[in-house]
Every structure is written in structure tokens, then in C-alpha cells.
Design a protein around this ligand. Structure first.
Ligand code: SAH
Ligand code: SF4
Length: 366
């Protein structure tokens, strides 16, 4: 009888995504390849300042090194699957395929005075907020620092080249918000590495005050952020001023109830002296009454903060309604009358499901 053959399936060799490496890590890699110390810095500048489209284009590197980089590393792993525009080209949503078939989305919003990108920090999200399309997907996986950074570089490269030929032309990104798919503090380490990479003055050099992170309210993440050296802006998704309502809308509130969230926020303010912003999505008949506006005012009174009201953007299958304009105004007035800075967020990209909380996507085959 013939002996049965067993075939061993080897894991395909996973090449390093060069955008996953920090400058010290890149320096280590170059050292291990026997390269002089300054090579890492040269590559870093090519990646983050020149936005080189290929290793071949890094003509200040020796040809042999360019070849080795091409053979053994990857200059990015995101595959552009779809690009959609709205608002006369001033809003642009890109769907990315990750190497394992999962997907994330990013959105560029051009205004007369700024070019803002909204970036994903996870594929899907585990937090399950009832009003959010991403929450309905569940968490697919955490994404890597490189996968976060690459989303940004794509838009920067195109703005630099032709401004996407949009009406409001900019030649660089002025603002970055981590408000796409996912909860940044649930992927803290990888997300933070991406912040350091984007902020690094030797590379991309995006100012801390031009970056904003939004959290569902993971108190340990807020505390950790207050110890970080890069002073980016913090937005906190509050959405309800009492535990009963907040837990119904946001399951995370059972783990970090309002008292704990506000204590962590107050600590953050005291430590950093920075104004935080509270986000409050307005859902008709759920959290938009004048009484709740009064409760909200009492909750945040005296804090160094700003309240950002967000008219809810439709999510398929969610049994919710956006508040009426009049109700939004009344809600805002309660806060303003009590001396609390409060604005209503202008919506963008609703027609292409690119607005806040509308990002959700299905895995894509290769
Ligand atoms: N996970 C983070 C950041 C991503 S969500 C967070 O929750 O803060 C960015 C913002 O959009 C949050 O304030 C979120 O509550 C809000 N949001 C979610 N779904 C929304 C929807 N359908 N309409 C309007 N805003 C929504
Ligand atoms: Fe996740 Fe934020 Fe959506 Fe909540 S609102 S499910 S935390 S992405």
C-alpha cells in the first residue's frame, strides 16, 4: 500500500510593511542589513516628506538597497477598492482593502479654510453603540500603525499633486480626526504609534493641535492620553447625561459609567489644561429633550469644555430618527443660556454614507 503523503502547508512569508516601522525600528533594520546609520533617516524622509511612490523613486539610495527593499519589504499594503465623492467633490470617501480581506474607510473633507481627513483605527468596532453603522459590524480586527498612516499619506499625496481637482483646493492636509471606523483607545498602542509617526518633525510633521481623537469613553485611555507628550485634541462621545439612557445607547457605559468617565476627563483637563469637546448625537425622542439638555448642562458645568451637537446620520436598519431642526436649536439654546460653548456639527457626505457613524463595509475578496 502506498504510504500516504502529508503536505506541509507553509505560512506565506509576510513581508514587512515599511510604514509599520518607526524611525528607531527602521534604523535597526538597516543596521541588520549592514547599512550605515544615516540610511534609515534617508528612507524615513523619502517615506514621510517626499511621499515617494516606490522604492525605485528613492534615488538617493544605492540601487542594491532599493532592490533589497523592494524584495523584502512592502511600501504599503492598502488596496484602494472604491472612491466616491459628494458635495461637489469636496467630500471624498475611500474604501480600502487590507491584506486579509477586511476593509476600512477614510474620508476627506475640503472646506475653504481647511482640508480635514477622518481616519479609521480598527476594522469594525466592538463597542456596539446602537446608533452607529460601524458598531453593527462588530470588531473584525485591530489595524496596524502602517495601515492607519497609509490612509493619511494617500490623501496628502493627491492633495499635493492636483488637489483632487476639487473646488476647494488645498495642497496638504491641515486637520486629522480619528473619527472613522473603530475605537482608537481599544487599539491604543498601534494607534499611538501612528500618531507619533504622523507627528514626527523629521517626517510627516503634522502638528498636535491639528489632530483630534474621539473616544467612546474608555476611562483608562483618557488617563493614559493625559500622560502623553503629544498634545492632540480630545473629543469624548457622551450622547446622554445619565447612566440609564447612556447604557441603553452605548453598552460601554456599563463598564465605564458617567461618574468614572467624568472623573477621568476632569483629571485629563487638570493635567493638560486643554479644553475637551463632548460629542452629543441627537436622536429624536431619545436624548434630545430640554430636560436632558439641562441635565447635560449640569453635568459639564465648570469644566474646560465645548459641546458639539451632531444631528444623527441615518444608519440602515437602526430604528432611530434624527432630531428636528427646531429641537436641535432648543437643545443648543439651553446650553448656551447656561454659558456652555456649544456648536452644531455641519454634516458632510451623507449621500455616500461617509458622514459620522455611517462607515460600514463588507470584506472584499482579493
Ligand atoms: N469610536 C469613536 C470614534 C469614531 S465615531 C467614538 O465613538 O467616539 C465618531 C463620532 O461619530 C462619535 O462621536 C460617534 O458617537 C458619532 N456617531 C456614531 N454614529 C453616528 C451617526 N449615525 N450619526 C452621527 N454621529 C454618529
Ligand atoms: Fe464604535 Fe465609535 Fe461607532 Fe461606538 S460610535 S460603535 S465606539 S465607532
Amino acid at each position: 500500500m502506498q504510504k500516504e503523503m502529508t503536505t506541509i502547508k507553509l505560512e506565506p512569508q509576510r513581508a514587512i510593511n515599511i510604514y509599520d516601522l518607526t524611525l528607531p525600528q527602521l534604523t535597526e533594520l538597516m543596521k541588520s542589513w549592514g547599512q550605515p546609520g544615516f540610511r534609515a533617516k534617508q528612507i524615513y524622509i523619502q517615506l514621510y516628506r517626499n511621499l515617494a511612490p516606490s522604492f525605485e523613486a528613492m534615488t538617493d539610495l544605492p540601487a542594491a538597497l532599493r532592490e533589497r527593499l523592494t524584495a523584502e519589504t512592502k511600501l504599503g499594503v492598502l488596496q484602494l477598492v472604491q472612491e466616491q465623492t459628494a458635495d461637489d467633490g469636496d467630500t471624498r470617501k475611500v474604501l480600502w482593502r487590507l491584506p486579509d480581506g477586511n476593509v476600512v474607510e477614510s474620508v476627506l473633507m475640503l472646506y475653504p479654510d481647511r482640508a480635514t481627513i477622518c481616519i479609521s483605527t480598527q476594522a469594525g468596532c466592538a463597542m456596539g453603540c446602537v446608533f452607529c453603522a460601524t458598531g453593527r459590524m462588530g470588531l473584525l480586527r485591530n489595524i496596524t500603525p502602517g495601515e492607519i498612516v497609509e490612509q493619511v499619506l494617500y490623501f496628502e499625496r493627491n492633495l499635493r499633486n492636483n488637489g483632487f481637482n476639487a473646488a476647494h483646493r488645498h495642497d496638504h492636509i491641515t486637520n486629522l480626526v480619528f473619527m472613522g471606523m473603530g475605537e482608537p483607545f481599544a487599539n491604543y498602542d498601534r494607534w499611538w504609534t501612528s500618531v507619533e509617526q504622523l507627528h514626527n518633525p523629521q517626517g510627516f510633521n503634522l502638528g498636535a493641535r491639528n489632530m483630534t481623537v474621539s473616544t467612546v469613553g474608555l476611562a483608562p485611555g483618557i488617563r493614559r492620553l493625559s500622560t502623553e507628550k503629544i498634545p492632540l485634541n480630545l473629543a469624548i462621545s457622551l450622547h446622554a447625561p445619565n447612566d440609564e439612557l447612556r447604557s441603553a445607547l452605548m453598552p460601554v457605559n456599563r463598564r465605564y459609567p458617567i461618574d468614572e468617565l467624568m472623573a477621568a476627563t476632569q483629571e485629563y483637563i487638570e493635567k493638560t489644561h486643554r479644553r475637551v469637546s463632548f460629542e452629543y448625537v441627537l436622536l429624536q425622542g431619545q436624548n434630545d429633550s430640554v430636560e436632558l439638555a439641562e441635565q447635560l448642562a449640569d453635568l459639564v458645568k465648570g469644566m474646560l469644555c465645548h459641546v458639539n451637537l451632531i444631528p444623527w446620520n441615518p444608519v440602515p436598519g437602526a430604528p432611530l430618527q434624527r432630531s428636528h431642526r427646531k429641537q436641535i436649536e432648543s437643545f443648543q439654546n439651553v446650553l448656551l443660556e447656561r454659558g456652555i460653548a456649544c456648536t452644531v456639527r455641519a454634516e458632510r457626505g451623507v449621500a455616500i454614507a461617509a458622514a459620522c457613524g455611517q462607515l460600514a463595509a463588507v470584506p472584499q475578496p482579493a
